[in-house]
Design a protein around this ligand. Structure first.
Ligand SMILES: Cc1cc2nc3c(=O)[nH]c(=O)nc-3n(C[C@H](O)[C@H](O)[C@H](O)COP(=O)(O)OP(=O)(O)OC[C@H]3O[C@@H](n4cnc5c(N)ncnc54)[C@H](O)[C@@H]3O)c2cc1C
Length: 570
């Protein structure tokens, strides 16, 4: 059973972020963003008033489709076209909430097998329609939006291909169909005693194929790796035919084609299945909170632990601003525990933790392994002035971890701009980059004369560096919402690039990051990508306009992302 998200926001239509249970949160937001009773309300347009463009049709293609799929696998209704129009970035949600849906697909198809995908890709190539592969539609860089303005636009929703096809208990590998959404994939594997252990914040809706196509990172990547570290073999249906890589643990037979397909964002073809490394389902999951007096101490603690190869399953270190936001989500404690907490707070304040930074550190595995890791890691983080809060904070975090993205919908109803930007850098550049990015956004809020929020956490850590994940928010500038957003996005991305960060650690390129691609990979690197695209998709059928800037694009030394954004006027 496929679970669709709400058309105007994030996630399960039945779930409402429990603001009432968090009495400190709204006052914190109001203060940070300058909201008050007079703040304008900006609900989404009424669904009934929303008009989708007249669908285009390509008779030859549709005739081929009818020969391949059953009627229940073909959806031309407005509901499905609307749900598949965008991903979930701020510009996506802003536009859909305004009723701007000119780039809706003309039809949505639901293949159920590798053979059906082969037939559909071949038919599209023959007849000249454009195909976009759609997993969960959770991407936030414009990955699933149709950009072609002439041909029929077809979206392939992969979620009916969601089975675990095979488990190899000796090798700890599983063959899984690419449309498997996180919860189904984990439930099916866990029923077999295994786990993939890939849990991005978008886990509830994102799919294996989407993760592979975007080089995704889950919360527990410190132990299990990013998705590209977990893939052993895969199948890609391209317009040039099916590319299937060999099931073997390692190989030196030329460049690694798995790694060429991973991160290809649907521009080379459709990933239909993959063999993934899995591990026995961990018996114990133990998450702890640790407070640091500042971001530097917490970052040094992570660096030391990781470089001494004492690898916890997860480190997540929030800076002071993000810690304040996290604390404001806590229900205030009453009675004795409230009293104890206030005493601890006073004690910590007197010892230099006035603006503390919260770290979550997680251990997963069998009981013996978890106990050993905890014994090793907790003393190491304490050496860096880490104040161990115990595992009750960890339990609360685990319980709430998938609820936070729902908060953005409430903020967007109150006229706010909210989005995220992420990067990674080597340790020697990480803290300078962190300060530069934070300062540039804070300065911009000051320059533009309104309050704003920026918080950051270290989300994934490696021996050689780590990933930084920023969230920024302010009130929208009425009538100039997208220009405002892209001004901030451009500033922070430029700061990443100038300070040695990658263009994206795990959100991929889509069209939003495209203007910086040449600076990320060099001109010959771009030419190599163009060559690959030409070899596998010579007629430009697959996901046009994503990842690779057009060959005639002006130099990217002065990127103008706004120019490349297909924003229609309402
Ligand atoms: C609230 C929120 C939290 C997020 N948290 C994280 C996080 O913690 N870590 C992280 O890595 N990302 C995160 N993301 C980003 C997003 O979830 C990831 O990019 C995810 O990998 C996309 O998966 P999907 O199945 O939704 O793919 P989609 O959004 O449907 O597609 C993404 C891209 O992959 C292509 N694609 C999809 N399926 C296939 C396929 N079978 N074959 C070929 N191409 C395909 C699409 O064409 C598109 O270009 C978050 C997003 C949101 C909104």
């Amino acid at each position: 059973m496929i679970k669709d998200m709400k058309w105007w926001g994030w996630g399960d239509p039945a779930f409402v972020f429990p603001l009432d249970e968090k009495p400190l949160l709204w006052p914190f937001i109001q203060k940070s963003l300058g909201l008050n009773a007079a703040t304008r309300q900006t609900p989404p347009v009424d669904r009934a008033s929303l008009r989708l463009p007249e669908p285009r049709t390509n008779a030859a293609f549709m005739q081929a489709v009818q020969g391949v799929l059953k009627p229940g696998q073909i959806a031309g209704d407005d509901e499905q076209r609307l749900i598949h129009t965008y991903g979930k970035s701020f510009p996506d949600l802003f536009r859909v909430r305004q009723g701007i849906v000119g780039n809706a697909p003309d039809v949505v198809l639901f293949p159920e097998s590798h053979a059906e995908v082969e037939a559909l890709v071949a038919a599209a190539t023959r007849t000249g329609v454009k195909l976009v592969a759609f997993g969960g539609g959770t991407n936030i860089v414009g990955g699933v939006e149709h950009l072609d303005t002439a041909a029929m636009r077809v979206t392939l929703d992969m979620r009916r291909m969601s089975r675990v096809l095979e488990i190899d208990r000796d090798s700890w590998t599983a063959t899984i169909e690419a449309g498997a959404p996180g919860p189904k994939l984990e439930d099916d594997l866990q029923a077999l005693g295994f786990s993939l252990g890939h849990m991005p914040d978008s886990f509830e809706f994102a799919t294996l194929g989407g993760w592979l196509a975007t080089r995704s990172a889950g919360m527990q990547s410190d132990a299990y790796g990013k998705i590209e570290d977990m893939v052993v073999a895969l199948k890609l249906v391209s317009p040039a035919g099916t590319l299937a890589t060999k099931l073997t643990p390692k190989s030196s037979a030329g460049p690694d084609l798995d790694q060429i397909v991973v991160g290809s964002e649907g521009i080379l073809g459709v990933i239909t299945e993959a063999v993934m490394k899995v591990h026995p389902n961990p018996a114990v999951k133990d998450y702890h909170g640790v407070l640091f007096p500042d971001f530097e101490s917490g970052s040094a603690a992570i660096h030391e632990v990781i470089s001494r190869r004492a690898a916890p399953t997860m480190f997540r270190l929030q800076d002071a601003d993000e810690t304040q936001l996290a604390f404001s989500m806590k229900a205030p404690s009453a009675g004795l525990s409230g009293f104890i907490q206030s005493q601890v707070k006073k004690y910590l304040k007197a010892r230099g933790y006035a603006q503390p930074c919260l770290m979550m550190v997680g251990f997963e595995g069998d009981a013996e392994y978890v106990a050993e890791m905890r014994r090793k890691v907790i003393p190491m983080v304490k050496k860096h002035r880490g104040f161990h809060l115990g595992n009750s904070v960890g339990k609360t975090w685990t319980k709430n971890k998938f609820a936070v993205p729902y908060l953005r919908d409430i903020l967007m109803n109150h006229g706010c701009m909210v989005d995220v930007a992420e990067t990674a850098a080597v340790w020697s550049k990480l803290l300078p980059l962190y300060h530069a990015a934070r300062n540039v956004i804070k300065e911009q809020f000051k320059k533009e004369g309104y309050p704003g929020y920026i918080g950051c956490h270290i989300s994934h850590s490696y021996v050689d560096g780590a990933s930084l994940y920023f969230t920024f928010a302010s009130q929208q500038l009425p009538g100039k919402e997208l220009e405002q957003y892209y001004r901030f996005k451009r500033l922070i991305t430029e700061t990443f690039m100038r300070n040695g960060g990658t263009l994206s650690h795990h959100h991929s390129v889509g069209y939003e990051h495209r203007p910086w691609m040449e600076r990320e990979v060099t001109r010959p690197g771009l030419e190599a990508l163009r060559g690959l695209k030409h070899a596998l998709d010579p007629h430009g059928v697959m996901n046009p306009g994503k990842l690779i800037p057009p060959a005639d694009a002006k130099t990217t030394s002065a990127p103008t992302p706004a120019a490349s954004i297909p924003v229609e006027t309402p």
